[in-house]
Design a protein around this ligand. Structure first.
Ligand code: KIV
Length: 274
């Protein structure tokens, strides 16, 4: 079988690569993707990690929260992304209630994500309450990324998307949760919307890399939702978001021009027909 054009396994980013990057001080870049085309562009640009986040619920499906996302939805999006990626590590979110009921069910969900979707690792939200489940999944050979701080699947418990762990008690709990996840065998932990100093403390206290979103510059890597950083979404402007493009305006201008060209008869011209 020819392997021409295919990246060799040695070029691929693995969970060990990201752990090594923490040791060497190389920052880890991570973005979301939910489909083949976007994943291919981001991968070819050289991103280290692609997260098939359950933010697909908001971005792709138009739901208000991530709660409605099902395991079958996430398997579909993840399989589309995996087909578009040659180099990056692809991590898939396990959606709400696909891992909280029993460890057995969590293991089955994680296994489906690996076997049916081709994910390289999974991500789960929570600390102490899921640590024994995380250990069981890792023991089965499935790499797990943790997620602490603002955990959107628990939005109905928190009631708001505000910064988490500003008070000492919650900050101490978060630090202890991070250590429990590390003990349970996670290879990395996302820290979402927590004070920068707390993120530094966690990053210095665990041996696995932390990936921040709204958690300041001291994390070992950063993640953003691609649709937000490309400016496709005009209505979401949290302080932590840096926009690298204004694709909402570019697309609107392009669609506007297309409509004008169709209406005027300018499109298609003689070079655009058979
Ligand atoms: O679902 C998602 O996109 C995420 C990131 C924001 C970390 O969990």
């Amino acid at each position: 079988m020819s392997t021409q054009g295919k990246k060799s396994r040695a070029d691929k980013v693995t969970t060990q690569t990201v752990v090594d990057m923490k040791q060497s001080g190389d920052k880890i870049s991570m973005l979301t993707a939910y489909d083949f085309t976007m994943a291919g562009i981001i991968d070819a640009a050289g991103i280290d990690v692609i997260l098939v986040g359950d933010s697909a619920s908001n971005v792709m499906a138009g739901f208000e929260t991530t709660v409605p996302m099902t395991l079958d939805h996430m398997i579909y999006h993840t399989s589309c992304v995996v087909r578009g990626v040659e180099r990056a590590l692809v991590i898939a979110d396990l959606p709400f209630m696909s891992y909280q009921v029993t460890t057995k069910e969590a293991l089955i969900s994680a296994g489906r994500m690996m076997k049916e979707a081709g994910a390289h690792a999974i991500k789960m939200e929570g600390g102490k309450s899921i640590s024994s489940t995380v250990r069981r999944i890792v023991d089965a050979g499935i790499p797990v990324m943790g997620h602490l701080g603002l955990t959107p699947q628990s939005i109905y418990k928190f009631g708001t998307y505000k910064v988490r762990a500003k008070e000492d008690k919650e900050a101490e709990q978060l630090l202890s949760d991070a250590k429990r996840l590390e003990d349970a065998g996670v290879f990395s932990i996302v820290l979402e919307k927590i004070p920068s100093e707390l993120a530094k403390k966690v990053t210095d206290s665990v041996s696995v890399p932390t990936i921040g979103i709204g958690a300041g510059p001291h994390c070992d890597g950063q993640v953003l939702v691609t649709h937000d950083m490309l400016g496709l979404n005009k209505d979401f402007s949290p302080r932590f978001l840096r926009r690298y493009a204004d694709l909402h305006s570019s697309m609107t201008t392009a669609v506007d021009q297309y409509i004008k060209d169709v209406k005027s008869g300018d499109f298609p011209n003689e070079n655009e027909q058979y």
